[in-house]
Design a binder for this molecule. Structure first.
Ligand code: MEV
Length: 447
């Protein structure tokens, strides 16, 4: 700890770093952070793309880019959603996730497939402001300037309106019972096929400007009231009204029937596992993490913002005041019903969607979905992932499948040759994979 601290203190501060060329940035990094700077530079350069134009595109997505960070781009075939067949693109590093999705897709494909529907598509943004004065006057002022808020934002909204979206509502909210002098413009938007963050934030900043300027000229306000203070204008990633539902169901006799569990027992154990995630937050977080394994992978592959989706999903999981499962299961009329309801503010235009070649390919693979279709596909990936995880948990446990998939990572850590890999993958078909057992077998093979 002490050693680490002293190393960091030795690095001189640098100003104007962003103005340096890529080569200069790498040289600075290598010189100040690595004993073997040549080796570090080689690693960074190994991940550069030989196509200079493509590399420049990636360099320009963000700032201070020195290399590319690859994630595997996997595909999960055999998804039937509302009667259509999909192969779902998934960008994820965790072993087992794509395999689990594919397995769940195949399982449900022969049991009617997945059904999905979009419940709502409203997105939210807020202008947070302070106002000191009479609330009634503020309300009168707000009603007076509401048309002006909309008309002054028209240069921003006109193209969105042509596409069928725009501002749906602006409300004044009194939040003074939570915080002194705190009010909001709570605004709803339809952004059609765009995720809409830029559109919403631009509208909000314009609303704030209109609000501030109009207040200065509102005659009924006294000097203090005129002086509305804008605190901030920003979209919300909590989108409980941008909601999608996906479900599967099959009769109990179509469920796995083994020596350990009859189909009926399987259904009951499955429902109980989901119920535990409904009532027990420690389990619910891991349960939902498994759902997000599927969701994030599709969100990333299709160029959407997985941090926004994560934040919104977990907030929604707490909507009743206690963190709970995003999926639900029940046995009704001798059938197992399993569903997910999740907010997903996704876009299929704008952002990376027309820039990143793999994102373009992912969307093409999905036959260029609109935002609603992508919401449904993504929710299905989450439901499938959860089905696969809970299925493993209530039967074999997850380690058996997970360690089989993880075997390749362990073999790669030991630089196993292709021949060694073939031999050991075959060996572990009938033996339990543990890290130590893999090491033992590699050593045995090599001795
Ligand atoms: C691991 O990434 C995800 C699981 O833990 C999910 C779950 O427990 O439901 C397997």
């Amino acid at each position: 700890m002490h050693l680490l601290l002293s190393v960091y203190i030795m690095i001189p501060p640098i100003s104007g770093f962003s103005k340096l060329s890529k080569t200069e940035k790498i040289e600075w990094l290598a010189q100040h952070h690595f004993d073997n700077s040549d080796a570090a530079i080689t690693v960074l350069k190994t991940y550069w793309n030989s196509d200079q134009q493509l590399q420049q595109l990636h360099d320009e997505f963000t700032e201070n880019t020195v290399s590319n960070y690859y994630l595997p781009f996997g595909i999960a075939p055999n998804f039937t959603i509302n009667g259509q067949r999909y192969t779902i693109p998934m960008a994820i590093e965790e072993s087992s996730v794509v395999a689990a999705a594919s397995k769940a897709a195949k399982f449900w494909e022969s049991r009617g497939g997945f059904k999905a529907s979009v419940i709502s598509t409203t997105k939210i943004g807020q202008v947070h402001f302070s106002y000191t004065g009479d609330y009634k006057k503020l309300e009168t002022f707000f009603n007076y300037i509401k048309p002006q808020l909309i008309s002054e934002a028209y240069p921003i909204t006109k193209n969105m309106e042509k596409r069928g979206g725009g501002i749906s509502n602006i409300e004044l909210r009194d939040k003074t019972s939570d915080l002194e002098n705190y009010y909001q413009l709570h605004c709803s938007f339809e952004t059609v096929d765009a995720m809409g963050a830029n559109f919403i934030n631009s509208c909000l900043e314009q609303f704030a400007l209109t609000l501030k300027n109009a207040a200065l000229q509102f005659e009924a306000f006294n000097d203090e009231e005129k002086n509305i203070e804008i605190i901030m204008s920003i979209l919300s990633n909590y989108v409980p009204e941008c909601l999608v539902r996906a479900e599967v169901s099959c009769s109990i006799n179509e469920l796995p029937n083994t020596n350990d569990l009859t189909a009926q027992q399987y259904a009951e154990k499955f429902v109980r596992a989901i119920t535990i995630a409904q009532i027990e937050p420690y389990r619910a977080v891991t349960h939902n993490k498994g759902i997000m394994n599927g969701i994030d992978a599709v969100v990333l592959a299709t160029g959407n913002d997985f941090r926004a989706i994560e934040a919104g999903a977990h907030a929604y999981a707490s909507k009743n005041g206690k963190y709970a499962s995003l999926t639900h299961a029940e046995i009704k009329n001798d059938a197992l019903h399993f569903s997910i309801e999740i907010p997903l503010a996704l876009g299929t235009v704008g952002g990376l969607t027309s820039l990143h070649p793999l994102v373009k390919l992912a969307l093409q693979m999905l036959s260029f979905p609109n935002a609603k279709e992508l919401m449904m596909i993504t929710a299905v990936a989450g439901l499938a992932q959860n089905f696969a995880a809970v299925n493993s948990l209530i039967t074999t446990g997850i380690q058996q499948g997970h360690m089989k998939m993880h075997l390749m990572n362990i073999l790669n850590q030991f630089n196993a040759t292709d021949t060694e890999k073939t031999f050991l993958v075959d060996y572990f078909k009938s033996h339990t994979v543990t890290h130590s057992e893999v090491v033992t077998q590699i050593e045995k093979l090599r001795s």
